[in-house]
Design a protein around this ligand. Structure first.
Ligand code: PMP
Length: 716
């Protein structure tokens, strides 16, 4: 009853004598809880009796309580000015309700209730009461599927006391705002997404019902983040709710014929929902809250060519369409799992939860630039430099390996006043105009007067293979210094793993010898750790393994585990001289989100002991490769196995004695490996070296699987 006093209105509720007093108590305690934890939430307040009781009784056993009366008109009756916005607001109100109820429990929470979707199986026999045969069949099918497929999934999802009755009659609206959520009589301990299923009530959502569900989802998610499994169950729950409405309606119509009219429209609603492609609906709902969506492969391939252009490089002849990643696995849209032995970016594994959470948490708090003071960039710089030589104390943050190298070369040129750079023949260092000139692996980069290339220290196919290889290759540096007499020596840049050379086993002493000659000529030594850094070689840094002391270290690729991040680490003298002169500022460089990603990557490497794991598993991998090289006999042979930690080169040859490169066969092996579910790449001047750089989280079982696939592919 509505009770109008002289200045205020109230709602007087009298319970049926059969009502469980515990359930009434649960409603009262809910309102008390909400008043305490979210006083702004538009729900009624409990009005106590003069002696302070929340519950009284009338006519014997009938419980009586008084609540405050909320203004507004029911959402069903309110004029629909901007329905999508109103639905988003309702979604947000429900999210807020559920957020406020997270810490609440009541012993009656699992009381028996016909609308409880978790009891859909118990409704099933009553579906037989539905008069229309077609509707009866559809409802039965939905309830069966709910019991068999949906309920087991819900068992793993968040459940708590939910309102579960936010249809158009129980939501009050004024001036386009939600001003009331009333009627707590259907509360039950259930899945969060059931709130949306109820609110999607079509009686106030004309037009595209999926759009309406999307509005609710978007609003809810703006307050309480929906989880991946939850978004995929929303549509199933909407179907289950409509099926429940039709079933309960049929039961009630037996004693109250007017109910028939009330539920009649739901038959058409069910038909409409069932006529939709469920996958398509789930995809639409996912994209409403920006969960990744797969898309149709053929259509996506066409649109990719249209908007990115036909020359955008791709892996494999038929581009691999991937949907998600997990540890060393990439998962295709068709559900196929690929063991990723190629990609050195996800150092700590694809989509590592700690990294993903760190990015999300920092993004939700603040993202800005280094012109402001904040902890993330300082903490990260401190931690990173703590992992390197004592002389490397300063960091400069950019957004890619190329940018880091570009700045490093600028630094070398600025502090030396010279132009000339020494690089490894076959090297790759990045895409900027300065760095392209220093990347001879790119075929369009010709000879330049200010760039000298060193003969790569290849002890397998190069000219020097014996014990004196280091000294003999190092002689080339003297020639380079002489060649650069006109431009002077600004520096030397090198990838310790020599990845683009086909992962070389650089002879001991070679890089320290080169560095010494470069320094004696006045140059700066730059260690490009984009490939070799962050534990990849079984030690923290590649230069450490090679015994080389760099003046500048550059980082990219794995530092953010896929989040764009590049770092230049150097001495105070070099950094201060460079910054005093250039005042370089990169808008995104050092932003808190990127730093959070970088920090989280370091956490994982340390927490999961990945440097030691890399050394151990890398040795195991090479041991099995050597064994395979010994036993595999065919037209394509393993000529050489190289590398350290988990950067490994497997050189394929057609003739073991002549060491002739098996270039075409290598491409075929890479494609065959893909068919066996393993991703690898190829590199080297003759493109005959399988390049392996799996995430550092792999274990022996992954190596075994890789070896099996390689053996089968070589045989094929
Ligand atoms: N240096 C090396 C050794 C690299 O392998 C790469 C990328 N392959 C780069 C620099 C350039 O990094 P980015 O693509 O992030 O610019």
């Amino acid at each position: 009853f509505r009770l109008d006093a002289h200045d205020q209105s109230y709602v007087v509720k009298i319970s049926n004598a059969a009502e469980d007093p515990m359930v009434v108590d649960m409603q009262l305690q809910t309102l008390r809880h909400l008043a305490r934890v979210d006083p702004e939430l538009p729900v009624p307040r409990v009005v106590a009796t003069r002696d302070g009781a929340e519950l009284s009784s009338i006519a014997g056993d009938h419980l009586l309580r008084v609540l405050s009366y909320l203004p507004g008109r029911s959402m069903r009756e309110a004029p629909a000015v901007d329905l999508p916005a109103l639905r988003r607001r309702l979604g947000a109100t429900l999210g807020r309700f559920d957020r406020a109820m997270r810490g609440f429990f009541h012993p009656a929470a699992r009381h028996e209730h016909p609308w409880d979707l978790l009891r859909a199986a118990e409704l099933r026999p009553f579906a037989e009461l539905i008069e229309d045969a077609a509707t009866r069949k559809s409802v039965a099918a939905v309830l069966d599927r709910t019991a068999d497929d949906v309920l087991p999934r819900l068992a793993r999802m968040r459940q708590q006391l939910i309102h579960q009755d936010a249809h158009g009659d129980n939501v009050l609206v004024a001036d386009g705002e939600i001003v009331g959520l009333i009627d707590f009589g259907d509360m039950v301990h259930g899945p969060l997404m059931a709130e949306i299923a109820v609110a999607a009530d079509v009686r106030w959502a004309p037009g595209d019902s999926v759009e309406a569900i999307g509005d609710l989802v978007a609003g809810y998610d703006s307050v309480l983040a929906i989880e991946r499994e939850e978004i995929d169950v929303v549509f199933d729950l909407v179907l289950a709710r409509v099926a429940a409405t039709l079933t309960i309606g049929a039961v009630r119509a037996a004693s109250a014929p007017e109910v028939r009219e009330f539920v009649a429209p739901y038959a058409g609603v069910l038909d409409d929902l069932l006529s939709r492609d469920g996958h398509g609906v789930r995809r639409r709902l996912r994209s409403r809250v920006r969960f990744p969506t797969g898309g149709d492969t053929v259509d996506l391939r066409r649109r990719r060519a249209e908007h990115l252009g036909p020359h955008t490089p791709q892996f494999y002849e038929e581009i691999l369409h991937v949907e998600s990643g997990q540890g060393p696995w990439l998962i295709g849209v068709d559900g196929r799992r690929f063991l990723d032995f190629y990609n050195n970016v996800p150092q700590v594994g694809h989509s590592h939860p700690h990294v993903a959470h760190a990015i999300g948490r920092q993004a939700a708090a603040l993202n800005t630039n280094t012109r402001y003071l904040y902890g993330a960039v300082v903490d990260y710089a401190e931690r990173l430099t703590g992992l390197m030589g004592d002389h490397l104390t300063r960091c400069l943050f950019v957004n890619s390996g190329s940018e880091a190298n570009d700045v490093a070369v600028q630094m070398a040129r600025l502090v030396t006043g010279a132009e000339g750079m020494i690089v490894m023949d076959g090297a790759y260092h990045g895409i900027t105009s300065i760095i392209r000139e220093l990347s001879p692996s790119k075929p369009d980069i010709g000879a330049l007067p200010h760039v000298a290339r060193l003969q790569a220290p290849d002890t397998y196919r190069g000219p020097f293979r014996g014990d004196d290889a280091a000294e003999r290759y190092a002689l080339d540096v003297d020639r380079a210094v002489t060649r650069l007499a006109a431009s002077g020596i600004a520096g030397f840049i090198v990838d310790s793993a020599m990845c683009s050379n086909g992962v070389l086993d650089v002879p001991a002493g070679y890089l320290p010898a080169v560095a010494a000659i470069v320094r004696a000529a006045g140059g700066i030594v730059i260690a490009d750790e984009v490939q070799s850094g962050l534990g990849r070689m079984g030690v923290w840094w590649g230069h450490e393994l090679r015994g080389m002391r760099p003046d500048i270290v550059t980082l990219g690729k794995p530092v953010g585990n896929g989040h764009p991040l590049g770092v230049v680490v150097t001495t105070a003298d070099i950094m201060d001289a460079y910054m005093a002169r250039t005042r370089l500022f990169s808008t995104f460089g050092g932003n808190p989100v990127s730093c959070a990603a970088g920090m989280a990557v370091l956490d994982v490497i340390e927490d999961e002991g990945l440097v030691a794991n890399t050394a151990r598993i890398g040795d195991y991998l090479r041991e099995l490769l050597h064994e395979l090289a010994g036993r595999h006999d065919g037209r394509v042979r393993i000529g050489d196995v190289r590398g350290a930690g988990l950067v490994v080169g497997v050189e394929l040859v057609t003739d073991v004695e002549a060491r002739s490169p098996a270039t075409a066969a290598t491409t075929a092996v890479v494609e065959a490996m893909r068919l066996h579910g393993v991703l690898v790449g190829s590199d080297g001047p003759d493109a005959n070296v399988l390049k392996l750089r799996p995430p550092l989280v792999i274990d022996e079982s992954h190596v075994d699987r890789f070896i099996e696939a390689l053996e089968a592919s070589l045989q094929a």
